[in-house]
Design a protein around this ligand. Structure first.
Ligand code: PLP
Length: 229
């Protein structure tokens, strides 16, 4: 079931990429496994998934321990996709290859300090609240470029790109303007910042990843369409 779902997702990713002229092999599919068992995550890895997303540090640590034996340790990169509390930064930098949810300067500083302590340069994405919904985490669109500038001065953080969570809507097409805004924001930041280009755009989930790919997503985060409702 999980293996079959992953095959279907890969096909749909390829078709969406064909529409936007993207190379499908450059798209990273992150299987978001919150609330799923280590066995289910193992099944996804066996079916070819190399990127696992979690939204809680504690849950991620226990799955990481269950799965990061010799079989999987080298094959899998772990992604933090949920809001990260500053006091969890220490554990987070120890297991996550990519922290996608950097949403404040304070959190960035905490990650930088914890990464420095273990001699790591932590890859991150800045989360942007493009829809401006009150309930959402993330930098506001107007503050993202300045935040990127400040955070890129930190020695133990490497900003790879931007992430957003689109609003919940009745038809996927309605998310398109939000994805387009994130892409434009990435371009703007890159124009202002000559040296270090950001090239990761993490956007699109089970219901709207095809729209996101058409708008230039390089990374999609998929939970239900892989693991079931
Ligand atoms: C749960 C989650 C996803 C995956 O959502 P689905 O709709 O199940 O595909 C993606 N991104 C974030 C930040 C999430 O919390």
């Amino acid at each position: 079931m999980i293996g079959e779902n992953i095959l279907q997702i890969k096909k749909r990713v390829s078709l969406a990429c064909a529409r936007s002229g993207t190379d499908p092999s450059s798209v990273v599919i992150v299987a978001v496994s919150k609330t799923r068992t280590p066995e289910e995550v193992g099944e996804a890895i066996e079916a070819g998934i190399a990127d696992i997303g979690e939204n809680r540090v504690q849950e991620a640590v226990s799955k990481f321990k269950a799965l990061c034996d010799a079989r999987y340790a080298l094959r899998v990169q772990w992604h933090m996709v949920g809001h990260l509390q500053t006091n969890k930064a220490k554990e987070a930098v120890r297991i996550f290859g990519l922290i996608q949810s950097v949403d404040s300067l304070r959190l960035a500083a905490a990650i930088d300090a914890q990464a420095a302590a273990i001699n790591k340069v932590q890859d991150v994405l800045l989360e942007v609240n493009v829809s401006g919904e009150q309930s959402k985490y993330g930098f506001r669109q107007q503050e993202a470029a300045e935040a990127a500038k400040e955070i890129s001065r930190l020695q133990h953080i490497n900003i790879k790109g931007l992430m957003t969570v689109a609003p919940i809507v009745d038809i996927p097409e309605k998310t398109r303007p939000h994805f387009r805004m994130l892409k434009e924001l990435l371009n703007e930041i890159n124009e202002q910042n000559e040296l270090h280009k950001l090239n990761v755009l993490s956007m699109g989930m089970s219901d709207d990843f095809e729209v996101a790919l058409e708008e230039g997503a390089t990374m999609v985060r998929i939970g239900r369409a892989i693991f079931g409702e």
